[in-house]
Write a protein that binds this ligand. Structure first.
Ligand code: SF4
Length: 263
């Protein structure tokens, strides 16, 4: 993986502030992940809505294993709107939270059938009125299927945009608004997909691989998780070890130790 310092020393100046950093992040991520695609298999907006509802607390791979049978049996919103909940529950059970998901799936299909003539609406204000569909899902459908502006903010986008210093917000809607200010409307969907990809491949929630990250040279958190942080941690550990050695109490009698061990 190419390190950001290579890029920065050539054509890109070190960014100042969130907005400039946002531009640099977009450029580097676009080089790193030029062709991003939605990982959920679908053939139309209805199928992507259903797959996104099923993806809550579940892997995309698992959802992709379940949806072929679901879409074969219920190919349109009209079919799913009239479905027997028990049958849908059986089909989606392995994705977890299957009762809630079944309610959302059937509710979604009924809303589309009854209020939108069987067609998934394009406007975000309409999409968020559909059961099981929030801003994130609505933006996914807008960006991926309708090719309209939409920047879905999931856990990866939240984590990376905060670590990269693009926002200090924790609320998904506020993060979306701040990122929208930095990203051109036509690029928002891909930017979200690229952040998600980088979150999965490099900037892990627990163990970000800053030493192998293309964005390290422009990421304010690289020092928190990277080598600087490691040295600081080691120094701290050395101090703690010395302190323990100086203040270590006299050895307890074996009877006391035995009592403590039993607690
Ligand atoms: S440098 Fe570290 S914290 Fe920053 S984006 Fe890369 S992996 Fe994440």
């Amino acid at each position: 993986m190419r390190h950001a310092s290579t890029v920065l020393s050539g054509t890109m100046a070190r960014p100042r502030g969130a907005r400039q950093r946002g531009e640099s992040v977009q450029t580097l991520l676009a080089e790193l992940y030029p062709n991003v695609v939605c990982a959920l298999h679908h053939r139309n907006a209805y199928e992507l809505l259903a797959a996104t509802i099923l993806s809550a607390q579940c892997t995309d791979e698992r959802v992709n294993m379940v949806t072929p049978a679901l879409f074969a049996e219920f190919p349109t919103p009209g079919d799913l709107a009239a479905a027997d909940p028990d049958r849908v529950e059986t089909l989606v059970k392995s994705t977890g939270f299957y009762r809630n998901k079944t309610r959302s799936l059937i509710g979604m299909a009924q809303a589309i059938e009854q209020r939108f003539d069987g067609k998934v609406p394009e406007a975000l204000e309409d999409l968020v009125t559909v059961p099981g569909v929030g801003r994130k899902t609505g933006n996914v459908v807008r960006a991926v299927v309708f090719d309209l502006p939409g920047l879905p903010v999931d856990t990866h986008v939240t984590r990376l945009s905060r670590r990269l210093g693009l926002t200090r917000e924790t609320d998904a809607v506020k993060i979306e608004m701040e990122l929208n200010d930095m990203v051109e409307p036509q690029d928002r969907g891909n930017f979200s997909l690229r952040l998600i990809e980088h979150g999965r491949q490099v900037c892990d929630a627990r163990k970000p691989r800053c030493h192998d990250c293309t964005l390290a040279a422009i990421c304010p958190s690289a020092t928190t998780f990277g080598t600087v942080a490691k040295s600081a941690k080691l120094a701290k550990q050395r101090v703690a070890t010395k302190t323990t050695a100086v203040t270590k109490p006299a050895k307890k009698s074996s009877a006391t130790q035995h009592r403590r061990g039993a607690l």
